[in-house]
Design a protein around this ligand. Structure first.
Ligand SMILES: Nc1ncnc2c1ncn2[C@@H]1O[C@H](COP(=O)(O)OP(=O)(O)O[C@H]2O[C@H](CO)[C@@H](O)[C@H](O)[C@H]2O)[C@@H](O)[C@H]1O
Length: 748
């Protein structure tokens, strides 16, 4: 319940409220009451992350002759209390509304999750290298693409307002761009925050628009929305504690900022691999720390629950005028904004499909449209603005964003305080092309040198990742091991020199995992077909039940004593699928079962099918992209194989350990960082590792693993339990990301 606190001095002021604006939404009441004075002066503040209201209640009592004014004071006090009660009643009504809207959003989200369509199969590969695959170094092949498509909903095909309105809004919109420019460090004080919040309607027409920024715009909704619309924004925050009257400070403390993560895929709406998982989960962990966080991704399908923001913008891409629409939803404290244009349509199962220039044009449009989201798209009634903002770009697909930020904004006096961080999930894919591709990215000629690269494999070429790495304020990669490998000739895939030069801004941060999504206790994919949820306490019954259910589902003999080995991943050279294939004849000579789930290179897919045909009693090769099967294999298998040639972080081994499934991995990149080898003498470690990517080493490590499974049950259970007891959540990683974001913010 909301409580009213009386204090002797002024402790709550309007600026307190504004400072609190970045905190998780809660209601606060502060009152200042001076009982022994004839003038009562009381300030009541109600705030959440989007709404702040301040009531100043003043009451003046006549002074008693003898100086005894207690009677008057009592009356005045009574009046104040009555007023306070009225205000409390109003607040209760608002809280009720918040609770109702939370329920509504939660139920929509549940519908989204339960109806998620995950049985989609990827057919084609990403093709964005200039050179044919055979010319690339080992591991530089392109990943296959597939996607999880959520439930369909119909998006309006027409703007919601007339053409007149469309053009009428142009002037306002242009001025809004400049209204949110703030003086240096202004984001640190509440006054400037005030300006920032109201800035979208301020007039300041002293700048000329650079040709790049959106030229025609319509914002159908006033971005300075009413408090009611702002209230809508707080509906689904899992952390809303209705009734709490004291707001705890954000974990991020004074570092709270606006963060916009921009990625080509975002689970659960779109996912071909680990990037989608990270884009769906890291932002939630940052939001939990108190930051205002948004994800911007392309809209590949008609996703359910999205709201049309009514905002349309136009951008030039290679001489063509393109309109984008912005859609939005607020989930778990994060604003998810989707950019819609016909170029993104129908890529459901093939996000990185099409020819090289198709992909390039898509990414140019995406980056141009994403960078202006904080100006144009009101989330919870307010645009983010650019005063206290850091963009997190991901992989080559969005590596143009740091370059655009510099070339079209900073160099024109715009977005002066916005910063960019680039995350390297996989350096093998770089957005390479012939030097002529420079014409697609619409940059001034002096920027060509940022992109121009030479290496013995590609010769002279155009390289988007290279330009992004040079331009971003900070670079993160997804493990410490990979941060080191990127600087080596082998690991840098031609960019090692640039990484070395920019080493000062590089940091390795191991990915976390989404504990709502990947948790054997809560896993929604283990609630039917004989599977069951389990935890550390029920490991010895729950996991065998899942194993039996998996064997049954796969049509393998249902046997508790046979070790069941799993593999999940993109079928390409990076993942070491060829090593598994080489080891299969040895494996099937053992009493084992093997299931491999993957999609990607056609020849590897074919190999899976052939292995299943040849060793049907023991091997299953599931060609396809199935989130449900990925979860079920993770739960039902005893062992997870990850013989990756290189692995920037790897998520499957983390998921496996949470499910009591023991990883056998090539000790490289993030696998080396996260899987400490089992030490039988000290009963320590989390799995088995091998040092060289060859099938002999894989067999050796797997052999030891199987021996332990059969002969040393208590050691086996010890490894399982140690794996399950780790804290692999995103919380720790989010804290480290925050350090990087702060460093970027303070860099000039
Ligand atoms: N056929 C299939 N069906 C269902 N699910 C499937 C699947 N194939 C893969 N997945 C899922 O996709 C994700 C793959 O994660 P990885 O970390 O192996 O990613 P990937 O190599 O794509 O990503 C890159 O980015 C991530 C994130 O930073 C790094 O961890 C990684 O090392 C780097 O190569 C997992 O959630 C996995 O379950």
């Amino acid at each position: 319940m909301v409580s009213l606190a009386f204090v002797n001095d002024y402790t709550a002021t309007e600026s307190t409220v504004l400072l609190n604006n970045h905190l998780p939404p809660k209601i606060h009441l502060f009152a200042n009451y001076r009982p022994r004075k004839s003038h009562l002066d009381m300030t009541i503040v109600c705030s959440n992350s989007n709404v702040s209201r301040v009531w100043r209640v003043k009451a003046t009592g006549a002074k008693g002759s003898g100086g005894d004014d207690s009677g008057d004071t009592d009356e005045v006090l009574q009046a104040v209390i009555e007023k306070s009660q009225m205000l409390l009643a109003k607040q209760r009504a608002l809280l009720q509304q918040i609770a109702e809207r939370r329920e509504m959003i939660t139920s929509i989200n549940n519908t989204l999750i339960s109806s998620e369509n995950e049985e989609l199969v990827s057919e084609e590969e990403e093709r964005f290298f200039m050179e044919p695959e055979s010319n690339l170094p080992d591991g530089m092949d392109n990943p296959s693409s597939s996607i999880v498509e959520p439930v369909e909903s119909s998006l309006p095909d027409k703007p919601l307002v007339s053409a007149d309105k469309y053009y009428d809004d142009y002037d306002d919109d242009v001025t809004s761009k400049f209204g949110i420019k703030l003086p240096p460090k202004s984001y640190l004080d509440s006054d400037s925050k005030n300006k920032l919040q109201g800035a979208t309607s301020e007039k300041a027409t002293t700048y000329e628009l650079p040709p790049f920024v959106s030229d025609i715009s319509t914002t159908y909704k006033d971005s300075k929305d009413t408090n009611e619309s702002a209230l809508h924004h707080v509906t689904d925050d899992a952390d809303v504690n209705i009734g709490e009257d004291v707001k705890s400070p954000p974990l991020a403390g004074p570092n709270v900022m606006n963060v916009i993560l921009v990625a080509a895929e975002c689970a659960p709406w779109s996912k071909t691999g680990g990037l989608g998982d990270v884009a769906g989960a890291l932002p939630k962990a940052l939001a939990k720390r108190g930051h205002r966080v948004m994800v911007v991704a392309p809209c590949y399908g008609n996703y359910a629950v999205l709201q049309d923001t009514g905002v349309r913008k136009r951008y030039m891409v290679n001489g063509q005028d393109m309109e984008v629409h912005y859609f939005q939803v607020y989930i778990d404290g994060v604003d998810f904004v989707f950019i819609e244009n016909h170029m993104f349509h129908n890529l459901g199962s093939n996000i990185y499909g099409g020819n090289r220039t198709d992909i390039l044009r898509r990414m140019v449009l995406f980056c141009k449209a994403a960078i202006e989201v904080p100006w144009h798209v009101p989330c919870g009634g307010h645009c983010y603005g650019d005063g206290n903002l850091v963009f997190i770009a991901n992989d080559w697909h969005t590596a143009l964003l740091p370059v655009y930020l510099k070339a079209y904004y900073h160099e024109h006096g715009l977005m002066q305080y916005a910063r960019s961080v680039l995350v390297v999930h996989n350096i093998a894919h770089q957005g390479r092309g012939p030097v002529d591709d420079f014409s697609y990215v619409d940059l001034p000629p002096n920027y060509l040198d940022l992109f121009r690269m030479y290496d013995p494999v590609g010769g002279e070429h155009f390289n988007i990742f290279a330009a992004g790495i040079k331009t971003a304020y900070r670079i993160v990669t997804v493990s410490h091991g990979y941060a080191w490998e990127l600087k080596t000739t082998e690991g840098g895939h031609g960019l090692h020199g640039i990484i070395q030069e920019n080493d000062w801004k590089l940091k390795g941060i191991v990915n976390g995992i989404d504990k709502k999504e990947w948790n054997p206790k809560l896993d929604i994919h283990l609630t039917s077909d004989g599977y069951t949820n389990y935890s550390l306490e029920t490991l010895n019954t729950g996991k065998p039940q899942c194993k039996a259910a998996l064997q049954k589902e796969l049509g393998l003999p249902v046997r508790a004593d046979v070790p069941l080995i799993g593999f999940i991943g993109r079928l390409d050279n990076q993942k070491g699928v060829d090593l598994i294939c080489e080891a299969v004849p040895w494996m099937v000579g053992q009493d084992i079962q093997l299931v491999m789930l993957g999609t990607g290179q056609p020849e590897l897919e074919q190999m899976l099918r052939e292995m299943e045909n040849q060793y049907h009693e023991k091997v299953r090769g599931w060609v396809g992209f199935s989130v449900k099967m990925a979860h079920r294999i993770t739960a039902g298998a005893d062992v997870l194989l990850m013989p990756s040639k290189f692995e920037p972080c790897g998520l499957n081994q983390l998921y496996a350990m949470c499910y009591g499934t023991i990883p056998v991995v090539h000790a490289v990149g993030g696998l080396k960082d996260t899987v400490q080898p089992f030490d039988p003498y000290n009963e320590s470690g989390l799995g088995w590792t091998f040092d060289r990517a060859d099938s002999g080493q894989l067999i050796h490590a797997l052999g030891n693993c199987l021996l332990t499974y059969r002969e040393y049950k208590s050691s086996w259970v010890g490894i399982q339990k140690r794996g399950m007891m780790q804290d692999l959540s995103w919380d720790n990683a989010a804290c480290q990301y925050e350090e990087v974001l702060v460093a970027a913010k303070h860099q000039w």
